[in-house]
Design a binder for this molecule. Structure first.
Ligand SMILES: Nc1ncnc2c1ncn2[C@@H]1O[C@H](COP(=O)(O)OP(=O)(O)OP(=O)(O)O)[C@@H](O)[C@H]1O
Length: 308
């Protein structure tokens, strides 16, 4: 069995809102799968159904080959999860909160609490009450609770929410290492393509409840639009030269010219030679790559058009 998480036509309707619409996902063992979408796209609802917290209106999910349904208690020994803002007992310390999870999960190994505090760098907050933790450390405690029983499957809803840049890198590296070194399969939701593409090998993009795109992050780079940006002292003259030679040069922010032709992007040297020969040598010539968030929004808009 290669796909350890499967959703089949998973759908949730709340009144007139279709929160999740016929989502089919497959996540392979030891994969980090990024579930990407804007706020309100349907990520949390899909994850809640996957975890058996909300009953689907239609469709079903399977984890480790078992159907997710009420009463399937044994399955959750293999799954760790954190959905939205992690809940902790505010009056209890970090250590006490973790000890409660340790007891609830009927774990035998006494070292688990100190092990997980070490892994998430929570030792120095061991005696701090949960209500006094920063948002980021509260998030860290949530991840610690999800991981304390060393699950095979980890499902995290926006785990880097509230973390500072260093915390984001730490969580990202931790998740990558859990997948690579411990074989943990991770489904992680995010609204940030740049962030999630640094840890996930595969992505599913959800918009208005629909899975609009599945992709491999290795090939992401090739999907980004590229342009050749050109500048010089005689912009109008340069533009005329380029147009006469068949290039649709258009002005972008700051007044530089942008070329989208593949020939120009592949051979900027030819553009430089042409401009030099015409007497307007470029002062700037660079291939620009679309940023990931622009690409993400473009994908979503295309998804909307396709489903219109
Ligand atoms: N219990 C509920 N009752 C009614 N509508 C709901 C409920 N839960 C979610 N929705 C609606 O379903 C849609 C999807 O919400 P969901 O929380 O799953 O999105 P999300 O991608 O997780 O967004 P966010 O990142 O903001 O949490 C939204 O339109 C939301 O308002």
């Amino acid at each position: 069995m290669n796909d350890v998480i499967i959703t089949s036509e998973l759908t949730k309707v709340y009144g007139k809102t279709i929160a999740v619409d016929s989502v089919n996902l497959q996540v392979k063992k030891s994969e980090v799968f990024g579930f990407l979408g804007l706020n309100g796209a349907g990520k949390t609802t899909a994850i809640r159904m996957l975890l058996g917290m909300v009953a689907p209106t239609r469709g079903e999910s399977f984890i480790l080959g078992e159907k997710v349904k009420a009463g399937n208690v044994g399955l959750w020994n293999h799954v760790g999860y954190m959905v939205e803002t992690p809940y902790s007992y505010p009056e209890l310390t970090v250590k006490e909160n973790l000890e409660i999870v340790w007891k609830l999960r009927s774990m035998k190994d006494r070292n688990r609490v100190s092990w997980i505090m070490g892994l998430l760098e929570l030792e120095k907050y061991a005696s701090v009450k949960a209500k006094h933790l920063s948002l980021g450390n509260g998030q860290r405690l949530g991840i610690a609770k999800a991981l304390i029983h060393r699950p095979e499957i980890l499902i995290l809803d926006e785990p880097t929410n509230g973390l500072d840049p260093a915390g984001i890198v730490e969580v990202r590296e931790l998740l990558k290492s859990l997948a690579e070194n411990e074989g943990v399969t991770i489904l992680v939701s995010s609204h940030n393509l740049d962030e999630v593409s640094r840890m996930a090998s595969n992505l599913g993009i959800i918009h208005n409840g629909r899975l609009v795109r599945r992709m491999d992050t290795v090939n992401l780079e090739t999907e980004l639009r590229k342009t050749l940006v050109v500048d010089g002292r005689q912009r109008e003259f340069m533009k005329d030269v380029l147009l006469k030679n068949g290039y649709q040069a258009s002005a972008i922010d700051g007044g530089c010219l942008e070329l989208q032709e593949e020939e120009a992007i592949q051979h900027p040297d030819r553009i430089a030679e042409m401009l030099v020969a015409a007497g307007c040598p470029p002062t700037l010539l660079k291939v620009d790559r679309e940023n990931l968030e622009t690409y993400f929004l473009r994908l979503i808009q295309n998804g909307e058009k396709n489903h219109a």
